[in-house]
Ligand binder design. Structure first.
Ligand SMILES: Cc1cc2nc3c(=O)[nH]c(=O)nc-3n(C[C@H](O)[C@H](O)[C@H](O)COP(=O)(O)OP(=O)(O)OC[C@H]3O[C@@H](n4cnc5c(N)ncnc54)[C@H](O)[C@@H]3O)c2cc1C
Length: 465
C-alpha cells in the first residue's frame, strides 16, 4: 500500500535527532508512525549527523563521564551563557531528564566512547557518540525500522491543515509530487531556518548572503514558518543563533566540523580594513568560539583574517585548508587581499603594545596583555615578528537559528496561550524556549532528545485516546 493511503497515528516532519527520538518513542507506545524527511536518504539526519556529543547531568562518574555534573551547576551554566534568556521551568526539565538520556540512547543502539581529555575539556559534561552523529542517526533509523516506523525521504512538508489549533493533515512534496497525509497527531522536528538565505537576509540584512551554513541545506524553516503563520507563539528572535568563525574557503553548506578554525586566541584578527575589532585573548577558546561568528558577521563584507607568525602555528588544531604564508607582513597582506601598509601599521602597533613579560602559557589566563590598544588583547599577546607570517580568512559559520515555536513541558506547541491538542515540537524548531541566546556545548542534542521523547509520548497518548 502506498504510504499516502495508510492511516497514521503520528506524522513526524524531520529526519534528525529530535524527529527520530520522537518517532521511536511514539512507536514504542504502539503508535503507527510516519517520518517525512526532506533530504534524500544519503543526506538524512540533518544537522544531527554532524554532532559529536550531548551535555548530560550526572551525580557520579559513569563509564563515559568523569566526576559529577549536578543539575544545579548545569542550570547555572545555562543561565550564565543565555544571560537569563531561558524558560527556567523548561530548562530544569531538560537538564534533569538529560541524566536519563545516555542509557535511553544506548538501549536504542547508540554507542558512546570513553571520556576524552584534551583541549575541548568536555570529559566531565558531555558523553561523545562512538562514530559521531552519523553513527547515532544510523542507529536510530535501524531502531525505528525495527519498530515498524515508516520513513519517506525526499519528502518535504509544505503545508499544514490546522483548524482551531487542531492538526488534521499535511501536504508534502515527495520526489517532486504533491501528496496529502492525514494523521492523528503531528510532530514538528524540522530544524531551524539557517539554510534559508532569504529568511536569514530578513533577519540580518544583505550581509547574510556571505554567511556559511555549517550543516544541512534542508533546514529551510518551512515548517516553522507554517506554524508561525498559523498563529503559533514564537520564542527567541530571528537573528539569534549559534555562529562561529569558520575558514572562509569552506563549502557554503554542510562543511560540518572540519572547517572550524581555532587560531584566534593566538592571533590578531583584522577586518577588511586591516583593523582589529575585538579582544582575541578574552578567554579560553571553548568559552569564546561561539561569539566570533557574530563578531565577523558585523564586519564589512562579513570577512575577517586571523594573522599569526611561525611561533603560533602548532598551538591549535591543524586547519583543513593550508593557510596563506609569506616572509613579510606586506607579502601576507597581498596574499589575503589586504592593504599592505595598513596591515603593517596594525601589526606594528600591536607589537609595540605587547609590553607584558610574564611567561606565555596557553593553559592558563597568562595575563600577557597589550597596553594602550583599542581594543587590547588581554591574554596570550606576543609580538608577531617571526616569519613566515601566516593568515586565514574567516567567515561567520551559522550552526542553527533559535527563533522557534513556544512549547509546554509536554512539548505541545502553544497557540492563543494554550497548548495545541495534537501538535508538538522538538529540537531546533523549539530550542529557543531554552536557549534565548548564547550556547552551552552539547545542549542542542540534549534539548532535541528530551523534547523529542516528550513529543513522542504526547503524540502517542493523543493518538491512543
Ligand atoms: C557542524 C555541527 C556540529 C554540531 N555539533 C553538535 C554537538 O556535538 N552537540 C550538540 O548538542 N549539538 C551540535 N550541533 C547542533 C545540533 O546539530 C542540533 O542542535 C541538533 O542536531 C538539532 O536536531 P534537530 O533534529 O532539531 O535538527 P536536524 O538534525 O537539523 O534535523 C532537521 C531535519 O528536518 C528535515 N527537514 C527540514 N525541513 C523539512 C520539511 N519541511 N519537511 C520534512 N523534513 C524537513 C531536515 O532534512 C533534517 O533532517 C552541531 C551542529 C552542526 C551544524
Amino acid at each position: 500500500m502506498d504510504a499516502a493511503d495508510r492511516p497514521y497515528d503520528v506524522l513526524v516532519a524531520g529526519g534528525g535527532n529530535a524527529a527520530l527520538t520522537a518517532a521511536i518513542t511514539a512507536a514504542e507506545r504502539g503508535a503507527k508512525v510516519l517520518v517525512a524527511e526532506a533530504a534524500p536518504k544519503a543526506m538524512r539526519g540533518g544537522n544531527s549527523r554532524h554532532t559529536r556529543n550531548l551535555r548530560t547531568a550526572h551525580e557520579a562518574p559513569t563509564d563515559v563521564l568523569t566526576e559529577s555534573y549536578l543539575v544545579e551547576e548545569y542550570l547555572d551554566d545555562l543561565i550564565r551563557v543565555t544571560g537569563g534568556k531561558t524558560n527556567e521551568h523548561l530548562a530544569r526539565i531538560t537538564i534533569e531528564e538529560s541524566a536519563q538520556m545516555p542509557a535511553w540512547m544506548h538501549e536504542r543502539g547508540v554507542r558512546f566512547q570513553r571520556a576524552l581529555g584534551g583541549t575541548l575539556s568536555l570529559g566531565r559534561t558531555n558523553p561523545f557518540f562512538l562514530g559521531g552523529g552519523k553513527a547515532l542517526m544510523n542507529a536510530y533509523y535501524r531502531t525505528a525500522e525495527r519498530l515498524g516506523v515508516d520513513v519517506i525521504y525526499d519528502a518535504e512538508v509544505t503545508g499544514l491543515e490546522i483548524e482551531d489549533g487542531h492538526f488534521t493533515a499535511a501536504r508534502l512534496r515527495h520526489r517532486g509530487f504533491e501528496t496529502r497525509i492525514e494523521a492523528r497527531a503531528f510532530i514538528a522536528a524540522a530544524g531551524g531556518f539557517q539554510a534559508n538565505l532569504d529568511w536569514m537576509e530578513e533577519a540580518w540584512g544583505p550581509g547574510a548572503r556571505n554567511f556559511i551554513i555549517r550543516g544541512t541545506p534542508y533546514a529551510k524553516g518551512t515548517v516553522l514558518r507554517l506554524l508561525l503563520d498559523e498563529g503559533f507563539e514564537a520564542v527567541s528572535e530571528a537573528d539569534q543563533c549559534h555562529a562561529i568563525a569558520l575558514d572562509a574557503r569552506g563549502p557554503k553548506f554542510d562543511g560540518g566540523i572540519s572547517t572550524r578554525l581555532d587560531a584566534v586566541p593566538f592571533s590578531i584578527v583584522v577586518n577588511r580594513e586591516a583593523e582589529r575589532f575585538y579582544d582575541e585573548g578574552e578567554d579560553f577558546w571553548p568559552k569564546r568560539y561561539a561569539i566570533w561568528g557574530r563578531l565577523v558577521a558585523k564586519q564589512p563584507d562579513q570577512i575577517a583574517y586571523a594573522i599569526i607568525d611561525a611561533k603560533a602555528e602548532d598551538l591549535f588544531l591543524p586547519p583543513l585548508y593550508p593557510p596563506m604564508r609569506a616572509e613579510t607582513i606586506e607579502g601576507l597582506a597581498e596574499a589575503l587581499g589586504l592593504d599592505p601598509a595598513k596591515l603593517r601599521a596594525t601589526v606594528d602597533a600591536y607589537n609595540a603594545a605587547c609590553m607584558a613579560d610574564g611567561p606565555f602559557d596557553t593553559t592558563i589566563h597568562d595575563g600577557r596583555a597589550t597596553s594602550g590598544l583599542t581594543p587590547d588583547k588581554t591574554n596570550w599577546a606576543r609580538p608577531i615578528n617571526r616569519p613566515p607570517f601566516i593568515g586565514f580568512p574567516l567567515r561567520p559559520g551559522i550552526t542553527f537559528t533559535y527563533l522557534g515555536v513556544k512549547v509546554t513541558e509536554d512539548a505541545a506547541a502553544v497557540i492563543g496561550g494554550k497548548p495545541a491538542s495534537n501538535i508538538y515540537a522538538a529540537g531546533e524548531i523549539m530550542a529557543g524556549n531554552v536557549l534565548g541566546q548564547g550556547y552551552l556545548a552539547g545542549i542542542g542534542m540534549t534539548i532535541g532528545s528530551v523534547f523529542g521523547r516528550r513529543a513522542g509520548q504526547g503524540a502517542a497518548r493523543h493518538a491512543g485516546n
